[in-house]
Every structure is written in C-alpha cells, then in structure tokens.
Design a protein around this ligand. Sequence first.
Ligand code: PGA
Length: 255
Amino acid sequence: MELIIAANWKMHKTVAETVDFCRAILQNEALFKDVEVLICPPFTALPAASDLLRGSSIKLGAQNMHWEREGAFTGEISAPLLLDLGVEYVIIGHSERRQLFGEDDSRVQIKMKAALENGLKPILCVGETEAEREEDATEKVIKNQLFVALEGLSAEQADSLVVAYEPVWAIGTGKAALPRDAETASSYINEVIRNKFGKEAVNKIRIQYGGSVKEDNIGSFAVLSAIQGALVGGASLEADTFSALIQAARKAVLS
Ligand code: PGA
C-alpha cells in the first residue's frame, strides 16, 4: 500500500504563509514519488492552497467538518463547501477536538458518515491519553473509539478510510511512541477492522502513526508492517523540514 503522509497545520499559517509553503513544496514534488502527500491547512487558507496545488500530486485535506450539508450552523463548514475547494480528505476526531471542543464519539460517528456519504475520505484519529495508557487501557480505548466511529458503515464505504493512531501523550510533546508500541496498537486496529469489515478491508484501510513525528524518527514507523504513513503536526510547518521527512520515510521503506 502507498504511504500516506499528511500535514496537520492546526491553527497556523496565514494565506501569504500558505502560498510560500505551497510554492516551496511544489519544488520538491518529484521527490515524493510513491508517497501520497497531503496538506491540511486551516479553513481560511484552503482556497489559496487549492489554487496552487491544483494539477499537482499534492492533495488537500481539511481539519474538521460539520455533518450537515448546509443550514443554520453559524461558524461551521460542511462537506460540500470543502469539496467545492477541491478538498479530498478530512481529519475527524482529532484528540484536540475531542479534548478542547467536547467532540465525543457520537459526534465523530455522524461526521464519519457524512464525510463518506459526501465523497470525502476521512482520516479518523484514535488514541489513548497518558492516564489510559498507565491503566493499560489502550486497546479498550481504541476499540471503543473505532466501534462508535465505524458504526453503520459498510465495508465498501470503509475502503477509502485512513485511521491515524495518535497516542494523546505523544502529540506535540516531542515524546513519540516507541515503534514497537505503535506497531502493537496498529495491529490491534487492524484486528478490529478485520472483525468488522472482513480481511479484505485490512489491505485497503491505511493506518498512520501520529505524535511527535520528525525526519529523525519517521523511518522507524514507516517500515512497520501495520503502519502506512504518518499524521504530522509541528514538523509539517516548514516546507523543507516536511519534504525531508517525506524523503526519509521513502528511503526507509525502499531500503
Ligand atoms: P505533532 O502533532 O506532530 O505536533 O505531535 C500531530 C497531530 O496532532 O496530528
């Protein structure tokens, strides 16, 4: 399966900064062969990124969406509004949305359904907090998050799904998970997917690792059999650093 490496910019970058980044990353496009590269800017920078990346192999994602197509939902952005800008992917259930904005599993579930029904490919984030890890509850947490998020979806709908395993304690801390722990959790995600959608689904659904991914450590995750990419926050903000990270992943997989 092709690696998928996504940049999650969170609440960073003006339009001008986005333009600079896109111009710079496009210079390196030829070096990203066989890797699906994806940028998820803030909503305000999507039109500029869309204009610049159109026709290139670099794809566009959103960081969140509302589940209704349109209506009286002040401050929200729907799937059709994202599709209108050429957005292909959408991050759903990021731990920052769960922890800071009260997004619970039932919200994640309706967003997943809405994304797929509208033709957006979801990147579903799952992962345990530090306290849950200390209680040895990682698998239980992942299982519950997946069960609710995937409820009501068909195996066919799930084909385009990407699951990001992001241990909450590893996000933005500089303390990435150990590759063997990421592999154990990702294998468990595969087991849940196999039980729910059948073994074919495991060959189609890609799993990313996320949490303090950098150029130095991406290789150790990219080579793992249960992991096919990364969701990158801090290290995705500079075009040079992000390009180097993508190349490091490619090199690790090819060697
Ligand atoms: P980080 O963020 O790479 O800065 O740890 C990852 C994420 O939140 O997706």
